[in-house]
Design a protein around this ligand. Sequence first.
Ligand SMILES: *Cc1c(COP(=O)(O)O)cnc(C)c1O
Length: 421
Amino acid sequence: MTGRPPSVDHLANQLAGSGLPHRLLVGVARSAIAGAKASGEPYSALDRARVEVAAIRRRLLQPVINATGVLLHTNLGRAPVSVVRDAGYTNLEFDLSSGVRGSRFAHAAELIAMVTGAEAAIVVNNGAAAILLALTALAAGREVIVSRGELIEIGGGFRIPEILTSSGANMVEVGTTNRTRLDDYTKALTERTALILKVHTSNYQIIGFAETTRIGDLAQLDVPVVADLGSGLLDAGCPWLDGGPPTWLRDEPAVRQTILAGASVVTFSGDKLLGGPQAGVVVGRADLIERCRSHPLARALRPGGLILEILQDVALAYLRRDAGQTLPVWRMATAPLADLQCRAENVGIGEVVECFSTMGGGTLPGVPIPSAGIAMKGDITEALRAASPPVVARVSEGRTICDMRTVLPEQDLQLANALVQ
Ligand SMILES: *Cc1c(COP(=O)(O)O)cnc(C)c1O
């Protein structure tokens, strides 16, 4: 006997169909009974418990259908990746040739370096960690020159001045918000200068009287240039896309070209335009990457084997040049409008409308990608979120819009079911 009133167990058993562990359901049952007692409605305990069970289930991490049209939706996990894997060991840090300890950076990191034309690479947990590691390992106790036009907040409170402070480097601001010239950097150079930081202002634009300095010009100066690109577009030529780079990608800086222009180090995220799992990548000159790798912080920021496995698959897709078909983010981003319209019609409910998708994730701000959607009368987003799997859509001018571009074709039937309900 556990000493709890039998009605708690009885109620918990009534909820067993939810699939939640019995211990969780007992907690739900107990508070539902207490709540019902306090409210004076004797029959409401089961209803209360059902509401709470539904709330718990919705809090669990689970697949959702992204019908928002935002391809790299940070709230929805950014780039969609597939994970198919049985339990088992890997050679994560074991060299199968020599039979001795190997490096976890010998797999995905080396392949990514190859795609970008960089000498070496290291992978960490996210883009912010990549910048933090590069700055700490290469500039702690010394000076980092950065343009006032690039002292940005990227999101989630991640601010360049603050990350510079936490790296232990001293920030030397040059230029103005809208204009920074080569001369501004040259004048700031001292023997204490460790590097020049160039940050891609990926989530905002300065339009009008603006001027920035090109990486190629900065590379002429006698200190390493570290470029934070954010998005992880590996090559501006997009050799993995049959039709070459789409027009909406025109202004996005790419890793390979930034290295070619003379940057010593480039940092970027794994889950933006790269199309992989959450990760951060530092690529560049072998001696500088080695300093990052051997810094104690690298150990604290290292990703797990699962992430490195997925990232390796992503790198191989780029090397095979079939990333345009095999990585969902590229497949979705380049899906022809006619295909999306056709799929929207096949869903067979609501009105097929033109709409615009966006890249999201702080990349390509304001660049619209023409798309097709399904419009439903009124705001039905709450009901769609309650569907299984949940559908996340947006509301525009009193209608709910499901953008087909971010829905995987294999989810069309599930979307249709959610809309019918
Ligand atoms: C997104 C972004 C980051 C941060 O990357 P996370 O992977 O989100 O940590 C840093 N710099 C730039 C320019 C970015 O766009």
